[in-house]
Design a protein around this ligand. Structure first.
Ligand code: HEM
Length: 206
């Protein structure tokens, strides 16, 4: 191993794109959790004002961040092929748990990448799948996010370093809080059903 950074360009490119993928995925998940229901009530006041609490804008940002996260994940995996130290084959980066370098930790990242890609692309098939079904399966994005966090902490060279671990765990805590808040307040579909039911009840009483 040499200290010359030029000898490690592919590895550095893979690490950098991994971190970018994680940042984009986190931002996409956070915006996704803020979507639905009364947006202005879910967003922090400053952010809501900045965005004009315009659901369509937030939805577009969520979609574009998700696409960018998928592209960055692809770059992260493919650039590993050039790394002289890990030196994986194409099948090792495609088939989870077959790589020699930290197979479990890396495998979790590969599975996370597949889940995120499948769920991300399912957005464009939601008319065919049906919106309700699509919403249900889309929730599993949180599983991919959780796996990506575990992957980063266990596979990354800097997984144990505070600069990477602290923001990662802080954002994972925020995602957990927002998820629990969302479960507690009911999904938009549940809220709509509840509102409809109470409207029908009121109409029946009058
Ligand atoms: C949602 C998908 C993924 C995300 C968000 C992600 C993110 C990350 C991050 C942030 C790191 C830490 C980099 C560092 O410590 O500097 C990392 C490391 C790593 N990832 Fe991923 N990753 C994902 C999927 C994949 C895939 C598909 C592969 C394919 C082989 C992969 C292979 C690796 C390897 C080998 C490392 C260790 C690199 C090292 O630090 O030496 N990851 N990943």
């Amino acid at each position: 191993m040499t200290n010359d950074p030029n000898q490690h360009l592919w590895w550095l490119a893979s690490r950098a794109s991994g971190i970018v993928a994680m940042l984009l995925l986190t931002a996409a998940v956070l915006l996704g959790l803020m979507l639905g229901g009364k947006l202005s009530q879910r967003l922090p006041k400053g952010l809501a004002r900045l965005l004009g609490a315009e659901p369509r804008l937030v939805s577009k940002a969520h979609e574009q961040l998700s696409i960018a996260a998928l592209i960055a994940t692809g770059v992260h995996g493919v650039t590993l092929l050039g790394d002289a130290y890990i030196h994986p084959t194409l099948s090792q980066i495609a088939i989870p748990f077959t790589i020699e370098y930290r197979p479990m930790a890396t495998g979790i990242g590969i599975v996370a990448g597949y889940i995120a890609t499948a769920l991300g692309l399912s957005f464009y098939a939601r008319q065919r799948i049906g919106t309700q079904t699509w919403r249900k399966i889309h929730r599993f994005t949180l599983v991919a996010y959780g796996m990506a966090v575990i992957h980063t902490i266990t596979a990354g060279t800097d997984g144990a370093s505070a600069w990477l671990r602290t923001p990662m765990l802080a954002s994972a805590a925020l995602v957990t809080v927002l998820t629990l808040t969302r479960i507690a307040s009911g999904s938009p579909a549940t809220a709509t059903a509840r509102a409809t039911a109470s409207g029908v009840e009121r109409a029946a009483r009058t």
